[in-house]
Design a protein around this ligand. Structure first.
Ligand SMILES: [Zn+2]
Length: 258
């Protein structure tokens, strides 16, 4: 079944994949189905993050006094640990959410909705850390030093959360459907998030097992965007008609080695 193809030092086992959908509606149903587990996981992680924030607030304001168990620094350890867990959940949630958006992109027809869906992690990060900062700074029992430490720690977590919440390369449903209509052959890996126009792309050097098929087949398998390197190379090849004209005019050396 699998075809073997050698590029440079690597021999790839390439399995051909046929597209299974016949319309845009069918394709969108498949991408939605692919993304759903990631969306659910992201929402669960975000909720866990917010639960950790509530605990961080309760520990910091000594509504729950963990120092009973651990004597003094217990109280500090408790709220810091809750805040760190909060950040971990929020960041992993945002990564999964962005992955879901790449598998099942939002439509650009509604720019506000498009932005919110692609950057929901920013809003979650704000909800996950700003209330803690407010509670910490307005706490009557905490010392000034502890308030400052708590506010700085949460502000750093907020910035990290926001950076992970931003999607720097969002994909739109329109772009995805446009490329689904193209009839060219592309390559992808099981774990990757993009498809490649060239089998000798540098990003595929470490992958022996590849799949090939139409862009529609790639999208059905969760790869909704072309790899940036392949995109640039493709543009270069298409945008240099002068080069190919020169090449046509010059005598061509035919390589007979096979
Ligand atoms: Zn590539």
């Amino acid at each position: 079944m699998a075809e073997k193809k050698t590029t440079g030092k690597v021999t790839h086992n390439i399995t051909h994949v046929e597209s299974t959908t016949n319309s845009k509606e069918e394709l969108l149903a498949v991408t939605r189905k692919n993304a759903t587990p990631y969306r659910i996981a992201a929402v669960i992680l975000w909720i866990l993050g917010l639960v950790c924030e509530v605990f961080a607030i309760l520990f910091f304001t000594i509504k729950i006094d963990w120092s009973v168990l651990y004597e003094e620094p217990g109280y500090t350890i408790a709220w810091i640990a809750a805040l760190v867990l909060d950040l971990i959940f929020v960041v992993i949630g945002s990564i999964l959410w962005k992955k879901a958006n790449h598998m099942d992109p939002a439509s650009k027809k509604n720019p506000t909705k498009f932005w919110i869906q692609n950057n929901l992690g920013i809003i979650i990060a704000a909800i996950a850390f700003i209330p803690f900062i407010i509670f910490a700074l307005t706490d009557k029992n905490a010392s000034k030093k502890n308030k400052t430490i708590a506010a700085i720690a949460a502000a750093v977590a907020l910035v990290i959360g926001i950076l992970f919440g931003i999607d720097w390369n969002p994909v739109s449903q329109e772009e995805m459907l446009e490329s689904a209509g193209l009839d060219n052959k592309v390559y992808w890996t099981a774990s990757g998030t993009v498809y490649h126009a060239f089998v000798d792309c540098g990003h595929l050097h470490n992958s022996t097992d590849l799949f090939d098929g139409s862009t529609t087949a790639a999208i059905e398998n969760g790869k909704t965007r072309m790899c940036k390197s392949c995109e640039k190379r493709l543009e270069k090849e298409q945008q240099s008609p002068t080069d190919s004209k020169v090449a046509e005019d010059q005598p061509v050396e035919v390589e007979s080695a096979q």
